[in-house]
Structures are given as structure tokens and as C-alpha cells.
Design a binder for this molecule. Structure first.
Ligand SMILES: Cc1cc2nc3c(=O)[nH]c(=O)nc-3n(C[C@H](O)[C@H](O)[C@H](O)COP(=O)(O)OP(=O)(O)OC[C@H]3O[C@@H](n4cnc5c(N)ncnc54)[C@H](O)[C@@H]3O)c2cc1C
Length: 411
């Protein structure tokens, strides 16, 4: 490897969660980094994300665990409510580092991304408002063409562009995105007196649910979920999406109208819930990271943990390969070998997801409430292994490796 650093230059595409953390650790290990983000500025969007087990350990090693804890969303648990807002089943917040629907380290996605982008990265050049349009992996390096016309000669390219990554598709082709049959619409709305510190989850039947969650910035994070066999709605323009949502959630009851009213003039994020499945995460000098490689979907509760853990492991393997005179091919293989089992477990969602949590009939909704009450009862929790699959994502199923070639302390 050559260029600005004797470790070589790595172009990281995507400054969400995994991209900035990787940039920081590579920079800390001595690589030169170019971090390219399609958006014109930092993306503040997104709602609550969970950081569990291995992801939490990575934040600890990075030195920002306490800052992330201080930015907790303040959510205290989940209440499944009926049309009148009465709690019918309750999931308490996490007691440990991995369990529960509300994780102990739960933070707004935009805040976490901001913390990661604020990490020192002296050898990192940041390019916002640009994106990759061409890649030529010529064996000795990669020639990267950006939409601005800029051409970069780098040693390696890491694609951390999230679930809909276009650079991934440029290199790997195929169609690795597997929709789960549900749309999720995120919008931030004004807080009212009825909003408390609980995630209030209202099943409106017909495969619809409405969620109101507290945040630490004085607003309320609303989520509209609906099952649909029709794909492509996420590609419609916002006005058409609002029309769809008004039709789908008409007469849904509870506080739904308040959320629908907020859609006019407020930016919202309309997502077709999906996973990404690929047989391999690297090709030549290009490697995938985070959701672009293996999105498990927000319903897994593991996307951010996987992105953080993967970034640290990839940085560690690249630093190790450099220190021991091994190739990037070895590093990419070791990264995938280590992370793949955790990803496979995280992508293995409980049976019936997401339909079970978004019932079509009153009978199924009653069964869901009863199921939650049983799973969270004292005897069931004592059986951990039997119920854990439904309440605890597998974030503890991974021991974060020690990498002697990654400097332990910042600076
Ligand atoms: C706007 C947004 C809101 C989200 N909200 C939630 C949420 O509420 N709950 C939840 O569980 N998960 C949410 N996620 C997903 C969550 O951030 C990820 O599952 C997880 O943190 C792993 O992050 P990542 O870095 O792999 O991908 P992401 O966080 O998706 O980051 C990918 C980044 O790449 C950028 N990008 C995309 N294409 C290109 C390109 N061609 N060139 C350069 N840059 C590109 C994107 O703008 C984005 O900044 C959201 C993601 C986004 C982008």
C-alpha cells in the first residue's frame, strides 16, 4: 500500500454509524482515510437505536460509552395500549447491557452518528454531498470516480452506505435486499401532555401499528407501521406517500390522527423494512460494512450493534494485517469469518416477524398481549433460554477481539 500514509489510503463511503467509527479507528491505527457522504451535511434523522453487548464494548473501547449513555432517550419501557390508551401488556426497560425492547443504551441515531463524527480523525478527509459513480479495481489499487468529477486513487474501498447502497450494487450486482413485507414511517412530532417516558405501542389491527416514543430533545418520535404485499411505496414522492398513509390509517383510532396531521410540512422517513443477504462481503479491494453488508432490519434491535462491532473488527483486522505483512484479502476474510456468525443469529428473526407484532384481528392482538405478559412473567424469565429469543437479541453471543495493533487510547 502507498500514498499519504505508509499504511495506505482507505476510502469509506457512507458517514452514518459504521462509516465514521471505522474512519476513526483506521485513522487511529495510522491509515489515511477519505470519508465520503452522499448527503450535503450530517444526517440528524432517525429515531431510537439500541446499542447492546458487543456494540457497547466497542463504544467503551472507543472512549465514548459515557457520552452515549448521557444521551439516553429517557425511555423507561414499553406499554402495549388499547384504543383508550390503557396499558394491556408491559415490557420493562433493560436491566443489563443486552436485553429488553428498550435497551439500557438507547440513543437517537442522529446523536450517535454525531458523536462518532466528532471523534478525532486527523488523517481523515471528509467529503459531504458527493458519491461514488465508478470504481476500477486494477489490482494494485482502486480508482474511484465521484459524482463531482473528482477522481481518487486509493488502496481500499469500504462501502458503508446502508441498506439501499448503490456502490454495493455497482460492485456485487444481484438483488441482495429482501423485503420483510412491512413499511415503517418515522416522523418527529410535538410532545403533548399524554406523552410520558414510555414507548406506547398501539396495535390498530389490519396489520397496522402506531408507536409514540419519548426522546431527550423535548419532542416525541412517532412511528407508523403497516403490513403490505405491495412493494415500491418507499420510492413514491412524499405527497403520494402522505396520501397512502392517510388512506391506510384512516379510522385507526387512539392518537393516530395526531401523527397523520404532523405529516404535512414535516420531513419523514418512509422505509420498506428489509434485510440484506450476501454470500460474501468483499470483492477484490472493496469490502462492505454495516447495513450495506448485512442489514438485519430495525425490528432485530441489532443493526447498530452489528455496524459498530463490524467497524471495530474490520479496523482491527486491517491493522493486524498491516503490522504482520499480510494482505487486505486476509484481513477481509478474517473480518467476515469473525462477524458472520453474529450476523446470522441477528438476522434470524423470531418466527412470524413482523406480522405477529402487527396483528390483523382483535383475537390475534389479544393473543399478542397475553404472549407479552407470559414472556415477561417471573417464571418465564427464569427459563431465559426459552423466552430469551423473543425478548433478547443475541448481542452477547460475541466476544469483541483484542487487537494489539489498534492503539488502546485516543490521540
Ligand atoms: C436516515 C436514517 C434513519 C434511520 N433510522 C433508524 C431508526 O429509527 N431505527 C433503527 O433501528 N435504525 C435506523 N436507521 C438504520 C441504522 O442507522 C443502521 O441500522 C445502523 O446504525 C447501521 O448503520 P450503517 O452505518 O451501516 O448505515 P446507515 O446508518 O444507514 O448509514 C448509511 C450512510 O450512508 C449514506 N449513503 C447512502 N448512499 C450513499 C452513497 N452512494 N455514497 C455515500 N454515502 C451514502 C447515507 O446517507 C447514510 O448517512 C436509520 C438509517 C438512516 C440512514
Amino acid at each position: 500500500m502507498s500514498s499519504q500514509s505508509h499504511h495506505g489510503t482507505v476510502l469509506v463511503s457512507g458517514a452514518g454509524v459504521a462509516g465514521p467509527l471505522l474512519a476513526h479507528w483506521l485513522d487511529r491505527a495510522g491509515f489515511a482515510v477519505v470519508l465520503v457522504e452522499r448527503a450535503a451535511a450530517r444526517r440528524e434523522e432517525g429515531q431510537n437505536v439500541d446499542v447492546r453487548g458487543a456494540g457497547r464494548e466497542v463504544l467503551r473501547r472507543t472512549g465514548i460509552e459515557q457520552a452515549a449513555l448521557a444521551a439516553h432517550t429517557t425511555e423507561e419501557g414499553t406499554a402495549f395500549v388499547d384504543e383508550r390508551g390503557r396499558p394491556r401488556a408491559v415490557l420493562p426497560a433493560a436491566q443489563g447491557e443486552s436485553d429488553g425492547a428498550t435497551a439500557e443504551l438507547e440513543i437517537l441515531r442522529g446523536k450517535l452518528s454525531g458523536l462518532l463524527l466528532d471523534l478525532p480523525a486527523e488523517r481523515t478527509e471528509r467529503v459531504f454531498g458527493d458519491h461514488v459513480t465508478g470504481l476500477d479495481d486494477h489490482g494494485d489499487g482502486v480508482t474511484v470516480t465521484l459524482a463531482s468529477g473528482d477522481v481518487r486513487e486509493v488502496d481500499l474501498v469500504v462501502v458503508a452506505e446502508g441498506v439501499g447502497s448503490r456502490t454495493r450494487d455497482l460492485v456485487f450486482g444481484g438483488d441482495p435486499v429482501r423485503p420483510l413485507g412491512m413499511y415503517c414511517v418515522y416522523v418527529t412530532i410535538p410532545r403533548t401532555a399524554t406523552d410520558d417516558r414510555t414507548w406506547r405501542w398501539y396495535n390498530a389491527l389490519e396489520g397496522r401499528s402506531v408507536h409514540l416514543r419519548p426522546d431527550d430533545t423535548g419532542t416525541t418520535r412517532a412511528l407508523l407501521n403497516f403490513l403490505s404485499p405491495t412493494r415500491g411505496l418507499a420510492d413514491l414522492d412524499p405527497a403520494a406517500q402522505v396520501t397512502v398513509l392517510r388512506r391506510v390509517f384512516r379510522d385507526a383510532g387512539w392518537e393516530t390522527d395526531r401523527v397523520l396531521a404532523a405529516l404535512d410540512g414535516t420531513p419523514f422517513h418512509f422505509e420498506d423494512l428489509a434485510q440484506v443477504h450476501l454470500d460474501r462481503w468483499s470483492s477484490g479491494r472493496v469490502v462492505l460494512l454495516g447495513d450495506a453488508a448485512h442489514c438485519a432490519s430495525p425490528v432485530s434491535g441489532m443493526g447498530t450493534t452489528l455496524g459498530l462491532t463490524g467497524a471495530y473488527v474490520l479496523a482491527g483486522e486491517l491493522a493486524t494485517a498491516h503490522a504482520r505483512g499480510r494482505s487486505h484479502t486476509d484481513a477481509f476474510a478474517a473480518y467476515e469469518r469473525r462477524l458472520r456468525p453474529l450476523v446470522t443469529r441477528a438476522q434470524d428473526l423470531p418466527p412470524g416477524t413482523p406480522a405477529v407484532a402487527n396483528p390483523r384481528t382483535a383475537w390475534h392482538r389479544q393473543a399478542l398481549w397475553t404472549g407479552v405478559r407470559v414472556l415477561t412473567s417471573r417464571p418465564a424469565r427464569a427459563l431465559g433460554g426459552l423466552t430469551g429469543r423473543f425478548t433478547n437479541p443475541p448481542a452477547d453471543a460475541f466476544t469483541v477481539p483484542d487487537y494489539p495493533d489498534l492503539p488502546a487510547r485516543a490521540g
